[in-house]
Design a protein around this ligand. Structure first.
Ligand SMILES: O=C(O)COP(=O)(O)O
Ligand SMILES: [Mg+2]
Length: 223
């Protein structure tokens, strides 16, 4: 493809909305450290990165709930353990987290082409800016939304429709880019086109099973 050519998935797209965890960043090492930090404080066994990788995607409260079940401590006060998790994660949300290969190039290429870029994560809003700033990619995003920003979150289409409306772009000219079935379902229900990456977190299932419009091995393929 000549450098001026556009990936077919971007044809007619004016707004590209990215998921965060598992799509732009590999955040599991820091998430797992915070989960284990909270469990350790309660004198419960640690769970480690491998299982946390399969539990991310429905927000931090659900992540902590899954961890408590896994260690047989579902009778513990979820609010309290979640608070402990948030405290640990706040201390180090971006110590081990890395941007996936191809991400910076894709964001730069989209920005250069005048495509508006948004971000919708199920992660709490408070963590978005510190993480994007620490990785020096915050300036690409016109608008970001966390999992606690609206009454519903992905796979509900409401956050996507809200963002498209705020940015004045029709859903048919929007692309949802994500790693999980929640992103693809939300995108489809919002009337967006959908693009999936297979390297992220999808509860141990291949994201292709959600039948996104396009799958790319790396976001670098968009360039
Ligand atoms: O579940 C989370 O906390 C994050 O998930 P997302 O960024 O992939 O939406
Ligand atoms: Mg994700």
């Amino acid at each position: 493809m000549p450098s001026s050519a556009i990936h077919p998935a971007l044809e007619g797209i004016r707004l590209a909305v990215f998921d965060l965890d598992g799509t732009l960043i590999d955040s599991v090492p820091d998430l797992a450290a915070a989960v284990d930090g909270a469990l350790c404080e309660l004198r419960l066994p640690e769970v480690g990165e491998a299982v946390v990788r399969d539990w991310v995607g429905n927000g931090s409260r659900k992540l902590v709930e899954r961890a408590l079940y896994a260690v047989g401590a579902q009778d513990r006060d979820l609010d309290e353990v979640h608070e402990a998790f948030l405290r640990h994660y706040r201390q180090a949300p971006c110590r081990l987290t890395q941007v996936y290969p191809g991400v910076r190039e894709a964001l730069e290429a989209l920005a250069t082409r005048g495509v508006t870029i948004g971000l919708i994560t199920n992660k709490p809003t408070a963590f978005i800016a510190p993480i994007l700033e620490s990785l020096e990619i915050e300036h690409y995003f016109a608008l970001t939304l966390g999992g606690d920003a609206l009454p519903t979150r992905k796979p509900d289409p409401a956050p996507l429709l809200h963002l498209a409306d705020r940015l004045g772009v029709a859903p048919s000219a929007c692309l949802m880019v994500g790693d999980s079935r929640h992103d693809i379902e939300a995108g489809r229900r919002a009337g967006f086109r959908t693009l999936a990456v297979p390297y992220g977190y999808n509860h141990g299932e291949p994201v292709a099973a959600s039948e996104p419009d396009v799958v790319v091995e790396s976001l670098g393929e968009l360039v």
